[in-house]
Ligand binder design. Sequence first.
Ligand code: NI
Length: 223
Amino acid sequence: MSRPKAEPVIRIDDERFRATEWRFAPGAETGWHRHDHDYVVVPLADGTLRLEESGGGSREAPLKRHLPYSRPLGVEHNVINAGDAPLAFLEVEAVGGVLAAGRHAVMERFAAAWNARDLDALMACMAEACAFHAAAGQGASGAVHQGREAVRAAYGAIFETFPEARWTDPRHSISGDVGLPRWRFVGIDRAGAPVEVDGCDVLTFEEGGTLIALKDTYRKARS
Ligand code: NI
């Protein structure tokens, strides 16, 4: 038996959320699909769904208008309007979780690359159009290095300035496009003087991607 297809209408599709209004004629189905994101369903009408689930099971679930429910990623099913009236619900998928996880992974690789003094690995974390605003410099933003070649040279100069350098106890957090690694810098400069100060980077990620467009660095100044 072939069923009519439910009609998806995309209401929001940005880097954080995808909201799809699903409209079902009586007997219509979504077709089999797997959810790659956590999601919330907001019924737009009362009704009854039949859920065909992976493993061969099938069950009916009542929908109550405006009473939402949430499901975790990994759900795999076919969804059918089991009632004899049209039905609709709004499905909101948290697609931003995947982006945040990817950005978090880049922050961890970036931190490891600093401690490994690995310039190639550092630049692999930087976006095509990138910049570095150093902790010190003559301008209000510190020394500004723009473009991949300039950023790479500036990172290399840090390793030359500090023959020994560790960014210890890294703690990473992310909010939207901004990543915030906090660390304690422990090193020895070329004159043999030890340096130990807390600091952080305000990282701006490229729009919709996981690479770093700007590393803006802040360090305590001892006096
Ligand atoms: Ni579904």
